[in-house]
Write a protein of this length. Sequence first.
Length: 269
Amino acid sequence: SGNMAKSKFDYVRNFETDDTCLRNCYIVVRLDGRNFHKFAEQHTFIKPNDNRALGLMTRSARSVMEELEDIVIAYGQSDEFSFVFKRTSTWFKRRASKLMTHVASQFSSSYVFYWKEFFGEQPLLYPPGFDGRVVLYPSNRNLRDYLSWRQADCHINNMYNTVFWTLVQNGGLTTTQAEDRLKGTLAADKNEILFSEFNINYNTESAIHRKGTTLIWEKRDETATKRTKLPNGEETDVAVTRSRRRVHAHHCDIIGEPFWAEHPDILEE
Ligand code: ATP
Ligand code: ATP
Ligand code: MG
Ligand code: MG
Ligand code: MG
Ligand code: MG
Ligand code: MG
């Protein structure tokens, strides 16, 4: 802060190492819940996908985007969320530790702060934690491949979990039997089990579970009613439309071209 007084101890600052992120690269911060396998069990998450938990993750990610600077897109699934800072960001002089810890702490405190909105009276039993890492991507292709990698991971895990829990919950198998049944199966085999044995079409399962959650800033027209006073002193409601920039959630494919063609502002030259 403003206190410029020097002491003989000041030299210890020189022990700090430089962790400036390379210029011109997208800075990705990925968070992952610490030991959430246990956290999910202790908080009785519904298997395989607890929508309260997903909602809370997304709410916390929204808080990160709204409170911190320069995040252009975020992608989340399971207990993880990735945040992408624009490549020209100079926030905190691009210091990796500052960016990562601000993301992790804003996310963690929001997770606790908004817990009740999603879990109601069910108590939060202990303070959850999230690890963070920073990765730099120098090209749009690399960044898109990173996001594709996370969405592919979501797809593979969700397909496995969907079949696994269907075999257990609707097929009467034990978890060990379900595990054995799925050993060595490919995506096509899993689709087939779901379809022929349980009449489930994987592709019509909920998009939030199959595709994860993508958050972006979008300008949209919003209409609100405002109470105004007329010249004659009478009060009346009028509709006011204005364009507002807000964080919006998508549960769509982000691997292919259409999403990026529809939102050309996310990636820079
Ligand atoms: P930055 O985000 O850069 O850290 P900052 O506003 O947090 O900005 P600091 O240099 O960290 O700046 O200073 C923290 C400030 O918080 C103090 O200057 C003081 O005003 C306030 N503060 C912190 N703890 C207390 C406390 N226990 N009692 C009163 N004020 C406090
Ligand atoms: P680590 O600390 O190494 O990350 P972890 O136990 O968190 O260990 P992950 O690989 O991150 O392991 O897996 C997260 C686990 O959290 C999932 O396997 C699942 O059991 C649980 N989980 C997370 N989100 C949900 C959800 N929305 N619904 C149900 N289970 C969930
Ligand atoms: Mg301080
Ligand atoms: Mg401070
Ligand atoms: Mg992990
Ligand atoms: Mg985890
Ligand atoms: Mg995880």
